[in-house]
Design a protein around this ligand. Structure first.
Ligand SMILES: NC(=O)c1ccc[n+]([C@@H]2O[C@H](COP(=O)([O-])OP(=O)(O)OC[C@H]3O[C@@H](n4cnc5c(N)ncnc54)[C@H](OP(=O)(O)O)[C@@H]3O)[C@@H](O)[C@H]2O)c1
Length: 288
């Protein structure tokens, strides 16, 4: 089976390609941003016509949440129109399409974990641009919403905190304690996305590691895991951020992996276990 991954230079795209290439019977091609700009309709058509994939996993996105606020045109061009281009070309070639989307399609005000059947209401340009990307998908396609993604490469919370620790000093590390979500690590996420896409599962799936936490809780666990003192991490509230971040974030965007749970599928484990595994990889690489 031929599979094409967009955004293959990104943290999830990289691991998706690795998971697919390790599978027997899969001929996986990954195209990084430098090889395919999904905002360019003709290039997307040419790429899909060239690879002739049976499954397309669309992991490319402009993920700079704050920058999207000041350049909405680019956000919609990449995340909404880019998805239209990918789906249109996939459909023309009879390929199944799988989009990676985000917890930021929700406003976080429900006060409970979100089901796949809850009505989205994004607060930010990024969230809206991803939601409009979702709306390009057909009923047969797969949409995987995930949250707080961390991989061994790329810029993410785990690598940011480890860098802060490497830089030394005793400056407190302040993280907000009033935004809740589920950290999700690319090795596990990539395996589930690959399985859902290859099985051509239609509909929306929430896929995260289990266990809600805040950015403060997440940072504390990383610091403790790296042998530091949890006391170094201080909780603050979003309103204490100075300067405030341009994009509003949902206060509670925990995703209930209900579609998988209700179909008896194995969920990703608690995020603490996946964090330890990824920290081992980064330790071997000398990042802490
Ligand atoms: N990161 C998170 O916390 C998070 C949370 C929920 C959902 N998601 C979703 O998960 C997916 C994967 O995210 P990630 O964490 O792997 O992000 P990432 O590391 O930023 O990867 C996204 C990739 O897309 C590429 N890209 C940007 N604009 C493009 C364009 N016009 N054409 C083709 N490629 C383009 C980026 O290239 P450049 O680096 O050159 O821009 C990057 O390599 C995305 O759909 C994202 O919306 C992410």
């Amino acid at each position: 089976m031929r599979v094409l991954v967009t955004g293959a230079g990104g943290q999830l795209g990289h691991d998706l390609l690795a998971v697919l290439q390790a599978r027997d019977g899969i001929d996986a091609t990954g195209l990084a941003h430098s090889e395919l700009d999904v905002a360019d309709r003709r290039s997307v058509e040419d790429a899909i016509a060239g690879v002739r994939p049976e499954v397309v996993i669309h992991a490319a996105a402009w993920t700079a949440v704050d920058a999207c606020e000041s350049d909405p045109d680019r956000a919609y061009q990449v995340n909404s129109l880019g998805t239209r281009h990918v789906v249109e070309a996939a459909r023309a070639h009879g390929a199944h399409a799988c989009l990676i989307s985000t917890d930021y399609v929700f406003d976080g005000m429900a006060g409970r974990a979100y089901l796949e059947w809850d009505e989205p209401h994004p607060l930010s340009v990024y969230g809206r641009s991803k939601l409009w990307g979702e709306r390009e998908m057909g009923p047969e396609d797969t949409i995987v919403r995930t949250s707080w993604v961390c991989g061994a490469d790329g810029s993410n919370m785990l690598r940011t905190v480890l860098r802060m620790l490497r830089e030394g000093g005793d400056r407190p590390l302040r993280f907000v304690d009033d935004q809740w979500g589920c950290p999700t690590f690319t090795p596990g996420l990539a395996s589930v996305v690959a399985a859902l896409a290859l099985e051509r599962r239609p509909g929306i799936y929430h896929v995260t590691h289990q266990g809600p936490t805040t950015w403060y809780g997440f940072a504390s666990e990383i610091v403790a895991g790296a042998g530091g003192s949890r006391d170094r991490v201080e909780p603050i509230s979003t309103s204490d951020l100075d300067p405030p971040r341009p994009a509003p974030r949902p206060a509670y965007s925990v995703l209930d992996n209900a579609a998988m749970r209700l179909q008896g599928m194995d969920l990703l484990e608690d995020w603490h276990d996946a964090l330890v595994r990824l920290m081992v990889v980064l330790h071997e690489r000398g990042e802490w």
